[in-house]
Ligand binder design. Structure first.
Ligand code: 2M8
Length: 431
């Protein structure tokens, strides 16, 4: 009894703190991921944060998505970063990206398409259905245009799965899944640059200089190539990978978009989205590594599956694209991983020699990924494992606070503090 009360008061405290983090990271219509470290509107952060706002301020939640789409490119792309207000605490900022459309107001690449998921979540949980339906009416064509962009710009050969052309597009920036595909030469003419991230967090928690040189090699190449013209980029990019994170989220987002289309009676769109789902189901088959019992990312230039087993290997469960047999193998693998760390889910197989418990997407736990994996496991009937991930997530935030990510061995918090998407997950998922 006493313990329950204690637990309840800790939960109340986390909820209050989470609301406080969103309010303090609110810059008027959009929420920054973390003060200083990430001073602009990031795409998938923002979509996840909208679900957090929805728990205590619906109008503000819709506003988050509206602001995100206010900078949508004419071709349908929604950029990874929207630079609404000047800040010199982040590199590379708008002066480096120098994108043509909305002059210098966005980056020139995209990020995992979470928006349809949040729009559905908000519509399903609304206390004001009439107003919410109007919001959905307005957002629907924009989200649809963005999904179309993914297929046109990033799957011109109609394989059913889309490419990322930069590790930043996956959201899992320095994942070992890109190691083999990030071996192209560094541009010898790269202008000198000064990283800002290292002024906010320890270097051992961030990507290395060599990795940043390659991020920038790609950026300058894309900028030179007719200013990020997506028709060209797909052909000329030395990095072209089928990423499990973007593709699983896109698949799930298509299911949610289809649901929204049905609410709005848009039958043409339903048929179009069903076409993407059918193709996607076929496309995912190539990403299954039968020997490993895991999904893998694929280098589209060499055709090879990437060898790294990363947390995104479990995201096809969230997409709902894995078969029952595949789900069983995935669960077997995940259970083995968890024998090697205290907390779930590390971003890399802890048995991999490249595993680093603190370095960003090469080991640490990210709450948003935990939510997706747990949700997927529940869908396939693996409730016990789903509960374990949820309980670990509660324990981590209780213990370490609303940090950017967490050490799977010690449970310590790492990276940025007062982090928006971690707060949003505490509100929309863990409470
Ligand atoms: C990280 O990415 C940015 C580049 O977009 C960076 O490190 O500079 C990633 O964790 C990404 O997934 C996330 O959206 C962003 C803001 O939280 O930070």
């Amino acid at each position: 009894e006493h313990e329950n009360e204690l637990e309840q008061s800790t939960r109340d405290h986390i909820v209050r703190e989470s609301m406080e983090v969103l309010r303090s990271n609110d810059r008027g219509g959009y929420t920054v991921p973390a003060e200083g470290l990430y001073p602009f509107q990031w795409n998938w952060d923002s979509a996840i944060v909208a679900a957090g706002w929805a728990v205590f301020d619906e109008l503000r939640a819709w506003k988050e998505l509206e602001t995100l789409f206010s900078d949508q490119w004419k071709d349908g792309m929604v950029a990874s970063i929207n630079f609404h207000k000047f800040s010199k605490t982040y590199f590379p900022g708008p002066e480096i990206w120098g994108t043509p459309e909305n002059p210098s107001k966005t980056s020139g690449i995209s990020q995992p398409p979470v928006a349809a998921l949040s729009a559905r979540f908000m519509y399903e949980h609304t206390a004001h259905p009439v107003e919410a339906k109007q919001k959905i009416e307005d957002l629907f064509p924009k989200i649809l245009a963005w999904h179309r962009w993914w297929y046109k710009a990033r799957d011109p050969n109609n394989t059913g799965v889309v490419a990322i052309l930069h590790p930043w597009e996956s959201g899992m920036d320095n994942s070992p899944a890109w190691d083999e595909s990030m071996t192209f030469p560094i541009d010898p003419t790269l202008p000198p640059y000064e990283r800002q991230d290292l002024t906010h967090v320890n270097a051992n928690m961030r990507p290395t200089k060599d990795t940043y040189d390659r991020y920038l090699t790609l950026l300058y190449r894309f900028k030179r190539e007719n200013f990020y013209d997506p028709d060209k980029l797909y052909e000329i990019s030395p990095f072209r990978v089928t990423d499990l994170c973007v593709n699983s989220i896109l698949f799930r987002a298509n299911r949610d978009l289809r649901w929204l289309a049905l609410q709005l009676g848009k039958t043409d769109a339903v048929a179009e989205i069903e076409g993407w789902l059918d193709n996607g189901f076929e496309g995912f088959k190539k990403l299954w590594d039968e020997e490993a019992g895991l999904f893998k990312c694929q280098d589209q230039i060499t055709g090879k599956l990437e060898d790294a087993a990363i947390s995104a290997a479990f995201l096809p469960l969230f997409a709902g694209v894995a078969t029952r047999e595949q789900a069983a193998r995935l669960v077997e693998n995940l259970s083995t991983w968890l024998k090697h760390v205290k907390y779930s889910v590390p971003s890399l197989d802890p048995q991999d020699p490249r595993f680093e418990q603190l370095r960003y997407w090469r080991g640490p736990i990210w709450l948003i990924i935990n939510w997706m994996i747990s949700n997927g496991l529940r869908h396939y009937g693996y409730d016990e494992l789903a509960d374990r991930i949820r309980n670990d997530s509660i324990e981590l935030t209780n213990k370490a606070g609303l940090r950017e990510y967490f050490d799977p061995v010690t449970g310590d918090g790492a990276g940025g503090t007062k982090f928006s998407w971690t707060a949003a997950m505490c509100l929309a998922w863990l409470d």
